[in-house]
Design a protein around this ligand. Sequence first.
Ligand SMILES: Cc1cc2nc3c(=O)[nH]c(=O)nc-3n(C[C@H](O)[C@H](O)[C@H](O)COP(=O)(O)OP(=O)(O)OC[C@H]3O[C@@H](n4cnc5c(N)ncnc54)[C@H](O)[C@@H]3O)c2cc1C
Length: 537
Amino acid sequence: MLAALRQERPGLRVSQDPMDLLACARDASTEGYLERRHGLLPPGPAAVVWPADEEDVRAVVRAAGRARVPLSPLGAASGVVHGTSPGPSWVVLDLKLLDQVALDPARGWVTAGAGVVGERLERALNAQGFSVGHFPSSIYCSTVGGWVAARGAGQLSSRYGKIEDLCVSLRFVDGKGRFLVLNENEQPGLMQSIIGSEGSLGVITAATLRVHPLPSHRALAGFAAPDVATGLSFMRQVMQAGLRPAVFRMYDPTDTLLAGGIPRPSAPPQVQEGCLGRAGLEDDHAAEASVRNASVDLSVGQGWESRLRQAALRVDVQPHLQEWAGWLLARGPWLRRVACSVPSRCLVVLGLEGTRDDVGESLASSLELARNTGAVLLGRGPGERWLTRRYAVTWKMPPLIRAGGWADTLEASAAWSDLPALYADARAATLRHALTLAHFSHAYPEGASIYFTLAGGGGSLEESRRVHRAAVDAALGVFLRHGAALSHHHGVGRMKAGHLSASLGAGAAGALRGLKSALDPHGILNPGVLGLGGGAS
Ligand SMILES: Cc1cc2nc3c(=O)[nH]c(=O)nc-3n(C[C@H](O)[C@H](O)[C@H](O)COP(=O)(O)OP(=O)(O)OC[C@H]3O[C@@H](n4cnc5c(N)ncnc54)[C@H](O)[C@@H]3O)c2cc1C
């Protein structure tokens, strides 16, 4: 296949260098981290190719079809559901050279190549006064094509929508090398089926996404809810009152505790110039430094969790926390019993952005709804802290794994009425296997997503895998029983593939298989994801 391809596209970049193959052999799934932690290097694919344009993509797909060689489309490999796991005879189609960005301010959209990394896209748009409003925590290490392929969500999705809401049109090469342009007016159903197809139906080469002018003002606030049910009621009332906060998240008692607890009330929220989403590493580092350098108040009367957190910042233990957590998790189940039995309230973070007047009005209405539902205002401190640390999660996994622990995240979405029971049942089921914390984010008028973090220890690779799988299956089993979506934004990959048919039902699962046969008749596109077409490596 490679010889024929080189002849047809002489300029195509191809590598069989072992380091290149290793670099594209796994995504950021827990399964991959565990393998590497135990010295098990994945075999890697036969080759990696970097198409420079859509004709290159078509040529690669056609050549793979003729030779029946499986292809694994790759963005930045930040996926967390084992969607990138090429077998030894496979070819990885790395799309990072498709990196053009074209803003059309009059139409209010941007067309971005599949390989554009999120931070680059936002910086390019910010320079011209615009934003897509899609800010996954992985914005520095994920691509536009990956967002669409995984049906992702950014931190501000309550205001701007998920990626499927932002997509105006897609450019796409199917499994026979046919080129398609799908848009929301003419092929809305087909376009929505491609969004979330995780490389199993075709290769996304570019996406046209809605943009909006950068908001001029913002406000941040934190609240303490006495329990999960009260916090959810507050969130539901805000969303159903027609308010559109950009950020709205509630941490369950364990997550609240591990994040430092309920802080002492700080200065009241206020409408300020600026917006929440703007990407910019330097700004984040500067803000983080200012939190670290802030004078530490250990006065009597301050919450003990808050004092502990400030002291930790002072002596700069933050970088080592994950290693300590990993060490503790590896030493037995007692930690999860302790962490989960300490009573605590729930921290709620609210972030608004828009015009000065809009933000002012939404803030006043939200504060009134908080008073009516029993959520206590904590001032703007918790919101400001969230803002400075909103991408910090990206770098936590390796130290935890290195120290012998593991962590994984599972997210489901459900209607407001189902969320309390879904949360309680999934937590009870997973606690048998792992430390479990959760937060509710991505709120909408009809419901919200729950994001569970599971963490465990485990000794050998086999033991870690067994416990990890048991915890994941326990959670997914509860999601299925409650009729909740298996994924809100991470996708299905290979990790959840075994549960997808049950989740979709026989009819929809059959329709998905039909679409696969029509668009990928040779079955060469990322076989195994979404349970389609066999062969995970
Ligand atoms: C620390 C961390 C935080 C995260 N936070 C978020 C978050 O806030 N929100 C969120 O939605 N996700 C989040 N994720 C998950 C991940 O970043 C997203 O799934 C992201 O959309 C993947 O983009 P990628 O470019 O890295 O895709 P990859 O990991 O390279 O690929 C993901 C899947 O899509 C397929 N694919 C990739 N590009 C294409 C293409 N052009 N055409 C067809 N198929 C393709 C791949 O084959 C694979 O199956 C997070 C991950 C990490 C590690």
